[in-house]
Write a protein that binds this ligand. Sequence first.
Ligand code: PMP
Length: 361
Amino acid sequence: MRELLLIPGPTPVNEEVLKEISKQPISHVSKDFAVYIEKSIEYLREIFGTKNSSVLIIPGSGTIAMEIAIKNLLSKNEKALVLSHGFFGDRFLEILEEDGFNYDFIQSKWGEVIDLDLIREKLKKEHFALITITHVDTSTGILAPVEDYMKVIKEISPDSLVILDGVCATGGVEEKMDDWGIDVILTGSQKALSVPPGLAILSVSEKALEKRKSLGKIGFYYGDILRWKVTMDDPTKYFATHNTNYTFGLKKSLEIILSEGLQERYKRHFENAKFIRDKMKEIGFEVFGNKKYLAPTLSLFIYPEGVDDENFRKELSYKGITVAGGIKDLKGKVFRMGHMGEVKKEELLYAFEKIKEVIKR
Ligand code: PMP
């Protein structure tokens, strides 16, 4: 039976990447290994749309990248503003709360984005040292209009640092760190970068590094970007052991991504998203969320009357197709399908045929 993992991460991994990962480890401080880090950094800069930022590749998942970004850029007597479109935007609130920071937030309705006037008003009333944006919130399938948000932020509060969570976006949607004026883009290896879960990746601007330096001790030894920067600038200098094999895989996957061509890749994501949404509509599944802001990396399909979520996903899994359930209020009402990274149109068509069979039953 053909198995297809169509959840919004982890996503299917190319055989060539798996082959790289399965090689024998090499010394994490050798010149040979340094090449894997250096090349990966060079490729990632291209994907993040940045020339001079410091790219850090750290063993861990997306969540630690979020916490690293927060704790390196904010002091206890400053305040952060979270722009949230759902569950993963809200995760920044939980981190800020847990780590004892001051914060405020604007939450959109799930499936919508935030009105620019609300951001404007908030920024005019109060100064925020740090602002977080989630590029694609995986709980709602919504792509934030980052460029529009950034224009407002730059106009009213140009010295605020901005963190962009690209976990469900980087590699599947264009990101222009330098042009947009973002200070940190963070992501994980397991989504549109098509590597298994295990690497947290951050791209950090000069301005953000200066801020980190001004903070002195941050109480986060493993997550200190200054410590990681030393070993990224010269991987033969040890800080903590690199994830050697996943870095082999990362380098290979980034080569595959860049050889496809970034614009080609983004176009493919967009077309595949449209393709599966049109198909699903034929059998009565509408897409959740404001049509103007749908992310090309995943879709939330609303169940038609009479389809039971658990049964549907179980039956589909018997046919080899794995999709994810809805989160929070959307639980039981939608299922989430990832169509990012390596996922091909003919695989989406295959999954669609299986979905049709399950619905018929
Ligand atoms: N942000 C977003 C947008 C995500 O989708 C996720 C994971 N689904 C995370 C952050 C957290 O990443 P991780 O599960 O790798 O810790």
